[in-house]
Design a protein around this ligand. Structure first.
Ligand code: HTL
Ligand code: MG
Length: 619
C-alpha cells in the first residue's frame, strides 16, 4: 500500500501524478472501511479527498496552516498527517476526534465541529502572522453550506478589507446536509454554467506557461482584468477577494497545478472548487444526505440500515399534525431538516417551512419577526447549535416576550461527535433569560402535550429532548398538559429523586421496589413547581439528576429555589462536572458521571438512604 508509506505530508512531495491518483483511491477505501465500523461523516470526507491531497502536496503543514471548516470532511487529512494507526479509533471512546482538534495533532490548525468559524480563525492567524513578521501560508477550506453562516460572511467582509494573504478554498458540492439553500448557492450554480469560459482559459494558460513563464505572469495579470469583466457580478470581487474558478475538485493534477500558482499570490484569494459529495462510493453519491453522517453500516449491504423511531421523528410527527390545524404555525430550521425530523413537514407544509441555512442567529430572529407579525413560529434547533443564537433569544425574542417555541433536540450528551456537539449548556444559558419557560418531556406523548400547550403560552418556551430512540406515541393522542406542574411518579418516605427526560428512567430503576425512594418527573425546569418541590423537601432529602452541566443547570435551579423558599433539605446534585465531556457511548459517559441507576443508588447511600435490600438484610 502506498498510503502506509505516507508518514506525513512531506512524503507526498515526491510522488508522481499517478501515485497521487492511486493514493486518492487508497484513502477512499480506508475511509469507507473505517466509517463502516465507526460511523461518521462519510460523504463529506469522500468529496474532499483530492482537495486534501493537493493541499498537502503544495502547502507545508504544519508550518503552513490548513484550516477545515466544521472539520468533518478532514478524514483524508488525518490519514495523511501521521494518524493512520489510530484511524480505526475515530469517534470511539478515547480515540481520534471526528473533527480537527488542535490538541490531537500539530496539523490540526483549529478545534472545530460547528460551522462557519474557519474564516475568522484564518483572519486572526493572518493578522498575528503579519504582526509577528512570519511568512507562513494560511489556507482555509470551507463548504458551501458553512458559507451560509453569518460568521463566515462577516469574516469575508473583514478579510477583503484588510487584504491579508490567504487562500480560501470554497468546497462547493451544492449540499449542506440537505441541498444547500440561499441566494449565494443559486449564484454558484450560474457560475458553474460559466465554467466553459474557465476551461478555455485553462487551456490557453497551460500553453502559455510552457512557452514562457514571464508571458504567463503577464497573461495572468491580463486575465485578472478580463475576469473583472467576465465576473462583473461576482460578489467576491465586491468583497475585494481574488476569485478563481469554478474548477473540478476531483481533478488532482489540475488542483495541484492551480494551488502551486495561487499559494504565493498576495492578498486574499478564493478558489472555488466543485466537488461531488460522496465521491467514489456509489450509494453515497446517490444519496449524499443519508450518507452525510453515516451510522455504522455493512460493507456488503450498505443500504440495509436499521431504523428506529426517534425523538426527532416524534417531534416531526407532532408538529406536522399541529400545523394541519394551526395555520399560523411556521417551522424554522437552520439547515437541519433531516436531523430535526422535518422531512415530512417540509413536504406537507412547504410554504410554512423555512430552512435559513447554517445560520442559527438568523433562524431565531426570523422567528421573532414571524411572531411580531402574528405567526406562531417553532424553531427546531439542536441544543449545541442554539448556543450560537443566545443573544437572539434574549434580544429579539425574550425582551418583548414573543411566543416563539424552541424545539431543542439533541439535548444532553450526544455520543461520538463529542464535546463540540454535546447539548449540555442549554439549561444554563436559557434559564438566565427572564420570562423563558423550559420543559422536558419524558416520552413522545408528553412531548405532544407540551408542544401543543407551548404554542398557547405567552412568551418564549423551550422544550428539550435527547438524541436517540423513543417509543412512538399512540396515534393521534393529544393529552392535556398541566402547564408548570411536576408529576410525582412514585411516593417515597425518605428521599425524592428529581429527574426529567433522559434521566427519569434511571431514577425509576434506582427507586424500584424501594418505599423510601420517591421519584418526581421534574418536567418543568423553569419555572420550577414550587409546591411539588416543597413537598419533596418535606421528606428531608432531595437528589437531582440531569443530563446537563451541573453549573447553572437544573440542580442549581433547585438549590436556588430551596434557598428562596427557606427550605433546607439535604441536597445532592448529579450531573456533568465542570469540564468538557469527551466523545463516547452515552450510557458509558452517563455511568462515568454517575448519572445512571447505579450512580443514583450510590449517591442515595451516601446521603444515608439505606437500600431496600440492606433494610431487608437488617442493615
Ligand atoms: N450548525 C452549526 C453552527 N454547525 C454545524 N456543524 C451544524 C449546524 C450541523 N452540520 C454539520 S455538517 C453540516 C451541518 C449543517 C453541513 C455542512 O455543509 P458544508 O460541508 O457544505 O459546509 P459538506 O458536508 O462537505 O457539504 C455537522 O454538525 C458535522
Ligand atoms: Mg457542501
Amino acid at each position: 500500500m502506498l498510503l502506509s508509506r505516507i508518514k506525513g505530508p512531506e512524503d507526498l512531495k515526491e510522488l508522481s501524478g499517478e501515485e497521487l491518483e492511486l493514493l486518492a483511491e487508497e484513502l477512499r477505501s480506508e475511509i469507507i472501511r473505517v466509517t463502516a465500523r465507526t460511523g461518521g461523516h462519510l460523504a463529506s470526507s469522500l468529496g474532499a479527498v483530492e482537495l486534501i491531497i493537493a493541499l498537502h502536496r503544495v502547502f507545508d503543514s504544519p508550518r503552513d496552516r490548513i484550516l477545515f471548516d466544521v472539520g468533518h470532511q478532514a478524514y483524508a487529512h488525518k490519514l495523511l498527517t501521521g494518524r493512520q494507526e489510530k484511524f480505526d479509533s475515530i469517534r470511539q471512546p478515547g480515540g481520534l476526534s471526528g473533527f480537527t482538534k488542535v490538541s490531537e495533532s500539530p496539523h490540526d490548525a483549529i478545534t472545530v465541529g460547528h460551522a462557519s468559524t474557519s474564516l475568522a480563525n484564518a483572519l486572526g492567524m493572518a493578522v498575528a502572522r503579519d504582526l509577528q513578521g512570519a511568512d507562513y501560508k494560511i489556507a482555509a477550506v470551507i463548504g458551501d453550506g458553512a458559507l451560509t453562516g453569518g460568521m463566515a460572511l462577516a469574516a469575508l467582509n473583514k478579510i477583503g478589507e484588510l487584504g491579508k494573504d490567504m487562500l480560501i478554498v470554497l468546497n462547493d458540492n451544492e449540499m449542506s446536509i440537505s441541498p444547500n439553500v440561499g441566494a449565494l448557492a443559486g449564484y454558484f450554480k450560474t457560475l458553474q454554467v460559466q465554467r466553459w469560459v474557465q476551461d478555455a482559459e485553462k487551456l490557453g494558460k497551460g500553453l502559455l506557461e510552457r512557452i514562457s513563464p514571464r508571458l504567463f505572469d503577464l497573461a495572468d495579470r491580463a486575465k485578472e482584468a478580463t475576469k473583472m469583466i467576465l465576473h462583473q457580478d461576482n460578489p467576491f470581487y465586491a468583497w475585494n477577494l481574488r476569485y478563481v474558478g469554478p474548477v473540478d475538485g476531483h481533478d488532482l493534477k489540475g488542483l495541484v497545478y492551480l494551488l502551486e500558482r495561487l499559494k504565493d499570490l498576495s492578498g486574499p484569494t478564493l478558489l472555488h472548487v466543485v466537488t461531488t459529495k460522496g465521491k467514489g462510493y456509489k450509494v453515497a453519491e446517490e444519496d449524499p444526505t443519508s450518507w452525510h453522517g453515516a451510522s455504522p453500516f455493512s460493507l456488503e449491504a450498505p443500504l440495509a440500515k436499521k431504523s428506529r423511531y426517534t425523538w426527532s421523528a416524534a417531534f416531526g410527527d407532532a408538529v406536522t399534525e399541529l400545523a394541519d390545524r394551526e395555520e399560523k404555525l411556521v417551522v424554522v430550521t437552520p439547515a437541519m431538516r433531516e436531523g430535526s425530523g422535518l422531512v415530512r413537514f417540509s413536504q406537507t407544509h412547504p410554504e410554512r417551512f423555512l430552512d435559513v441555512g447554517i445560520a442559527e442567529d438568523v433562524a431565531v430572529t426570523t422567528a421573532a419577526g414571524l411572531a411580531l407579525a402574528g405567526m406562531k413560529p417553532v424553531v427546531a434547533i439542536y441544543s449545541t447549535f442554539l448556543q450560537r443564537a443566545v443573544d437572539q433569544v434574549i434580544h429579539d425574542v425574550a425582551i418583548e416576550k414573543l411566543n416563539v417555541v424552541f424545539a431543542v433536540d439533541r439535548a444532553g450528551l450526544v455520543g461520538a461527535d463529542g464535546p463540540t456537539h454535546h447539548g449540555v449548556f442549554d439549561l444554563a444559558l436559557l434559564r438566565a433569560v427572564p420570562g423563558m419557560q423550559i420543559a422536558a418531556p419524558k416520552d413522545a406523548l408528553e412531548m405532544r402535550a407540551m408542544l401543543r400547550a407551548a404554542l398557547r403560552q405567552s412568551g418564549p418556551v423551550a422544550l428539550r429532548w435527547p438524541r436517540g430512540g423513543v417509543e412512538p406515541a399512540i396515534d393521534g393522542a393529544w393529552p392535556e398538559c398541566s402547564w408548570g406542574s411536576w408529576q410525582v411518579l412514585k411516593e417515597g418516605g425518605e428521599v425524592y429523586v428529581l429527574a426529567f427526560g433522559k434521566t427519569l428512567p434511571y431514577a425509576l430503576a434506582a427507586a424500584a421496589d424501594d418505599p423510601r425512594i420517591g421519584v418526581i418527573n421534574a418536567r418543568f425546569i423553569k419555572p420550577i413547581d414550587k409546591n411539588a418541590l416543597s413537598r419533596a423537601a418535606a421528606s428531608g432529602r432531595i437528589l437531582t439528576v440531569e443530563d446537563h452541566q451541573l453549573t447553572g443547570g437544573f440542580g442549581a435551579a433547585v438549590l436556588e429555589e430551596l434557598q428562596d423558599l427557606g427550605l433546607k433539605p439535604q441536597l445532592r446534585r448529579l450531573g456533568l462536572p465542570d469540564r468538557f465531556t469527551e466523545q463516547g457511548d452515552v450510557a458509558q459517559l452517563h455511568a462515568r458521571a454517575g448519572i445512571d441507576a447505579a450512580g443514583i443508588r450510590k449517591a442515595l447511600a451516601e446521603m444515608g438512604v439505606t437500600s431496600a435490600a440492606a433494610v431487608r438484610r437488617g442493615g
